[in-house]
Design a binder for this molecule. Structure first.
Ligand SMILES: *Cc1c(COP(=O)(O)O)cnc(C)c1O
Length: 356
């Protein structure tokens, strides 16, 4: 009875979606979601808590979050010609961008496999989503495929994750340039993994009128704060700002993010450690017979094994959670994604895989 009523009234494109799945992780070594494995250092915790003491939780947050924005401008070394817009995670920025661009019949284009929120948000808003497969050997952009999809669909927006999730690689700069030049609409360059790739388009923003760059504090060790940022020309950002809910960054997140940015060296050092451990883990995985390992510019590693399902299950039985990508996309057959953890966690993963 209620099912029939719901079916009558909920938009068909929403009914067709499956909710974003988060695997239960209680008691697991958690290597499925690209989190930084290191907690805030002991000596910063008291200072951080002290910085929260004077906050007024009975008041709404600053709606503009101008102080945090200024700190982020400095952090990004943003050119004066560019603006900044904050989201409750970059997930929310993706949603805001698409809400503003969702004219009837508008197309969202992305190479595939890609970060799934591009497709989920597009489809939830009734937009046309087009995925262009990456090259199957090295997961680079199929530039001809991208250019003909641009010519055919004239997309309102193209999402390029730089580096890409779940493949872990950086696309070639000249391919990105060619896509930006061919696009009539907006190109969003998603730099969620900047700290592990150390290659950015932020400095290129003033040279382009149809590019915005998205960053997040999530992958460097602050996933719980939900702070995403979009940098780009004011003309685009002031339109996106109209669909932003007024107090989207809460009081605790604004203050905490400012505190963390004033200690950014701690996070830079953790990222450097993760980059070094990524190289060690990549080498060790490559030495295991039967594993195909792709080089990574992120804090995760993509591997393929004929027995990927047995590996995934054995890890799970040993209380280690990674991401099973088999079935997510034809190019990800028998693929698994492992977040780089602490050295102990990485060793635990290696031991289980070797045993299988
Ligand atoms: C994790 C991730 C995001 C989402 O980050 P949040 O700021 O936590 O919402 C965006 N893009 C890519 C490519 C990601 O991997």
């Amino acid at each position: 009875m209620v099912e029939a009523t719901v079916r009558d009234w909920i938009r068909p494109e929403v009914q067709a979606l499956t909710a974003y799945h988060v695997a239960p992780a209680e008691g697991f070594i958690k290597l499925d979601a690209m989190e930084n494995p290191y907690p805030l250092p002991e000596n910063l915790i008291d200072a951080w808590l002290a910085s929260l003491r004077e906050l007024e939780l009975n008041r709404y947050p600053s709606a503009s979050a101008n102080d945090l924005k200024q700190d982020l401008r400095d952090y990004l070394a943003l050119d004066v010609s560019q603006q900044i817009l904050l989201g409750n995670g970059s997930d929310e920025l993706i949603q805001m961008i698409l809400m503003a661009l969702a004219k009837p019949g508008a197309t969202v284009l992305a190479p595939e496999p890609a970060f799934v929120m591009y497709r989920i948000c597009a489809q939830a808003l009734g937009m046309n989503y087009v995925g262009v497969p990456l090259r199957s050997d090295d997961f680079q952009l199929d530039l001809d495929g991208m250019l003909s999809a641009i010519a055919q669909h004239d997309p309102a927006v193209i999402f390029l994750a730089y580096p890409n999730n779940p493949t872990g690689n950086l696309f070639k700069r000249e391919d990105v340039e060619a896509i930006v030049a061919a696009a009539n609409g907006l190109v969003v360059i998603d730099e969620a993994y900047f700290s592990f790739a150390q290659d950015s388009w932020i400095a290129d923003l003033p040279a382009h009128s149809n590019v915005v760059v998205m960053r997040t504090l999530s992958k460097i060790g602050l996933a719980g704060l939900r702070i995403g940022m979009l940098a780009g020309p004011a003309s685009w950002l002031q339109e996106f700002d109209k669909v932003r809910l007024p107090y989207n960054i809460n009081v605790l997140s604004q203050a905490s993010a400012r505190f963390m940015l004033s200690h950014i060296r701690v996070f830079d050092e953790q990222a450097a450690k993760i980059r070094a451990d990524r190289e060690g883990l990549t080498t060790s995985l490559s030495e295991i017979a039967g594993l195909q390992v792709w080089p990574s510019r992120t804090n995760f590693i993509l591997v393929r094994a004929a027995n990927s399902q047995a590996i995934f299950k054995q890890l799970k039985d040993n209380k280690i959670l990674i991401k099973n990508l088999h079935g997510a996309h034809p190019l990800l057959e028998q693929c698994l994604r492992v977040t780089v953890g602490t050295q102990e966690e990485n060793r635990a993963v290696l031991d289980v895989i070797k045993a299988v």
